[in-house]
Design a protein around this ligand. Structure first.
Ligand code: CTP
Length: 400
C-alpha cells in the first residue's frame, strides 16, 4: 500500500525522522488518498513537541501552538504539523479546552472522530490503521472511533461532520453512531454558528445535498437556530438540489427556495454567511418564482438589476424549479437574453448615451432630481434600445 505523499510533506516527515521523531500524514488526506480523491490539505502528526518542530524548520507559523499545531512552510506549501495529543472536551467545535501531549501515535488516532479519519501513513511504516478505517471505507460506513457518545460529547460538531461525510462520500451511518447522534444532538447548542455553517455548506456542495433532510430527521435542527428549524417545515423536495451547480449561493438558494426573502436572510445571517452570498440568495429566492414573459423590454429590465452571472443563475434555477408550463417561454427568454447581449443593448445605467453631467451642462440643477431624470431615461432605453442616443435622450430630458 503506497500513498503518493506530496514531495514537501515527504521532506517534512524525513526531517522529523532524521531528528529522531516519528511523523506521518494523517486524517483527511489519508482517507481521500485511499478513496482516490484529491486531498485538500496534508496534515502531519508527530511525536515532536511544537518547540522541537520550530527548531527543526526555518519557516514556521504558530497556528495553534497551545493545541500542538505549528504550520511549516515548505516549497510554497503550508503543512500543519501537530504533536500527538489526547483531547479534552472541545470548546466551540474547533479546539479542545485542554490537550495533553502523548508520545503515542495510536493514542492520537484514538481521539479522532471517525475510523475513516483515524488512519496515518508514512513511506517508512506504511498505513497505520488501528481502528479498521480501511474496512469502513470499503464498506462505505461512517463509524465513530470507539464509543460514539464519547466522541460526540467531546465535540458536538462531529454530529454534523458525520452527516456531511456521508453526503460527500455517499456512505451510510453505522447504527451506534446514528443512535449516539440523537442522544448528543442537544450539545450542538454549544457549537459556534460559523463552524455549523461551514459543515452545512460542505453538505450542500456535496454530491448528496438532499442529505440536508438528515439534519432535520436526526433532531439536530432545533439546536442550530429557530429560523433554521422553521425552514425544515417549508423545505421542498431536497432531491432536486443536486441538479444545481455546486456553488455556495446556488445550493443555499435551492435549499431555501420556498422561504420568503426575509426569512432566507434571517437564516443565513444566523449562520454567519458572508454578505455577498446572502445578497445573491436573497435575489434568487425572490426572483425565481416570477415567470418572465418572452418580451425583450421586460427581460432587459430584469437583466439590468443583476450581474450577467446572476441572471444566468436565475435562468438555471427556473429551468430546474419552475413548472413545465413555463419551460417553453423560458427557452425563448434565454434566446432573447442572448440576443440582447449580442446586440449590445444598453442594460446598465452607466452605458447610457447621456450622463448626469450632460444634464447639468444643459442647465439642470445638480441634485437628486438628476437621478430621477436619468432613471426615467433609462426606463425608456430598456423599453427601446434605439433610444440610446444623445440627441433623442437630451430632447426627452427637456420635456421631463
Ligand atoms: N471535530 C473534529 C475535527 C477533526 N478531527 C480530526 O482531524 C482531522 C482533520 O480535520 P479537518 O481538516 O477538519 O477535516 P478532514 O477530515 O481533513 O476533512 P475535510 O478537509 O473534508 O474537512 C480529521 O480527519 C479527524 O481525524 C476530529 O477528530 N474531530
Amino acid at each position: 500500500m503506497k500513498i503518493q505523499v506530496p514531495e514537501a510533506a515527504g521532506k517534512i516527515i524525513e526531517q522529523l525522522n532524521i531528528h529522531g521523531f516519528e511523523a506521518y500524514v494523517v486524517g483527511g488526506c489519508v482517507r481521500d488518498s485511499l478513496l482516490l480523491r484529491t486531498p485538500e490539505d496534508w496534515d502531519i502528526t508527530t511525536s515532536a513537541k511544537p518547540e522541537q518542530v520550530k527548531e527543526i524548520f526555518s519557516r514556521t507559523v504558530d497556528t495553534g501552538i497551545q493545541h500542538g499545531t505549528v504550520t511549516v512552510l515548505m516549497d510554497g506549501g503550508a503543512y500543519e504539523v501537530t504533536t500527538y495529543r489526547i483531547d479534552g472536551e472541545y470548546e466551540d467545535g474547533r479546539h479542545p479546552k485542554s490537550v495533553e501531549f502523548t508520545g503515542n501515535l495510536i493514542e492520537d488516532l484514538k481521539r479522532r472522530d471517525f475510523t475513516i479519519n483515524a488512519m496515518a501513513y508514512s513511506d517508512r511504516d506504511g498505513l497505520v490503521d488501528a481502528f479498521d478505517g480501511r474496512r469502513d471505507l470499503d464498506k462505505k460506513i461512517i463509524r465513530c472511533v470507539g464509543n460514539a457518545k464519547d466522541r460526540f460529547t467531546e465535540d458536538a460538531l462531529r454530529i454534523l461532520r458525520a452527516i456531511r461525510f456521508s453526503a460527500q462520500l455517499g456512505f451510510d451511518m453505522e447504527e451506534e453512531t446514528r443512535k449516539a447522534i440523537a442522544v448528543i444532538a442537544p450539545n450542538m447548542e454549544k457549537v459556534s454558528r460559523e463552524r455549523i455553517q461551514v459543515e452545512l455548506t460542505k453538505l450542500l456542495l456535496s454530491d448528496h445535498p438532499e442529505q440536508m433532510a438528515a439534519v432535520y430527521e436526526n433532531g439536530i435542527a432545533p439546536y442550530i437556530s429557530e429560523h433554521f428549524l422553521a425552514a425544515g417545515e417549508r423545505m421542498g423536495e431536497t432531491g432536486t438540489i443536486k441538479l444545481l451547480p455546486a456553488e455556495k449561493h446556488m445550493r443555499w438558494s435551492g435549499f431555501l427556495r420556498s422561504e420568503g426573502p426575509e426569512e432566507a436572510v434571517l437564516i443565513l445571517r444566523d449562520l454567519k454567511l458572508d454578505n455577498e452570498t446572502i445578497s445573491q440568495v436573497k435575489t434568487l429566492v425572490t426572483l425565481w418564482k416570477q415567470e418572465m414573459p418572452a418580451d425583450k423590454p421586460v427581460i432587459r429590465k430584469v437583466m439590468s438589476g443583476l450581474s450577467p452571472k446572476l441572471f444566468q443563475d436565475l435562468l438555471c434555477f427556473q429551468k430546474i424549479f419552475c413548472p413545465k408550463s413555463y419551460q417553453e417561454t423560458l427557452i425563448k427568454v434565454e434566446q432573447y437574453a442572448e440576443e440582447i447581449i449580442e446586440n449590445g443593448d444598453c442594460i446598465r445605467l452607466k452605458d447610457m448615451a447621456v450622463t448626469g453631467r450632460d444634464l447639468i451642462g444643459a442647465g439642470r440643477k445638480p441634485g437628486p432630481g438628476i437621478g430621477k431624470v436619468l432613471e426615467t431615461l433609462f426606463e425608456e432605453v430598456l423599453k427601446n434600445p434605439e433610444c440610446n442616443n444623445r440627441e433623442y435622450l437630451m430632447n426627452l430630458a427637456e420635456r421631463l
